[in-house]
Design a protein around this ligand. Structure first.
Ligand code: RB5
Length: 148
């Protein structure tokens, strides 16, 4: 199933972001690119916020964020209400963040994860459905606790 996907990176994730953008488009997805536009140094929170807001507001179904490690992007994106971002390193991360946590943004490390691994992790992330059931109430509690 093709999806509308918001993508963003900082300078450290720029190269991988460009490759993943082309890859996602070749798979038939619609990609909204929120920058950054080059390898010139910039600040990852600015791009994490743009992608996170696009997903939270329903302008995209999923998001992809790439920085050096994926960690700073993930920390920032999770500050936005309604966002459940996960750093993906392994296939279990990609699968379980969807099945159990209904993650809506995938964060990748351009300095950590090789291109083919990143593409495969994204494939798994995009194709794996949320399991619901006992996980649904737990996911709802994420937002409840965010308010306190
Ligand atoms: C940039 O040097 C680096 O700190 C950034 O891309 C990211 O890894 C932060 O989490």
């Amino acid at each position: 199933m093709t999806q509308k996907i918001a993508i963003g990176s900082d300078h450290a994730g720029f190269q991988l972001k460009e490759i993943l953008k082309s890859y996602l488009q070749s798979e038939g997805h619609e990609v909204l690119d929120f920058g950054c536009p080059s390898e010139e140094s910039c600040d990852y929170p600015d791009y994490a916020a743009k992608v996170a807001h696009a997903v939270a507001e329903g302008k995209a179904e999923r998001g992809v964020l790439v920085c050096g490690t994926g960690i700073g992007m993930c920390m920032t994106a999770n500050k936005i209400k309604g966002i459940r971002a996960a750093v993906l390193r392994t296939f279990d991360d990609a699968r379980l963040s969807r099945e159990h946590n209904d993650a809506n943004i995938a964060c990748l490390g351009g300095r950590i994860t090789a291109v083919h691994q990143a593409q495969s992790l994204l494939d798994t992330f995009l194709k794996t459905p949320f399991q619901g059931g006992r996980h649904a109430a737990r996911v709802q509690k994420i937002e409840i606790h965010a308010k306190s």
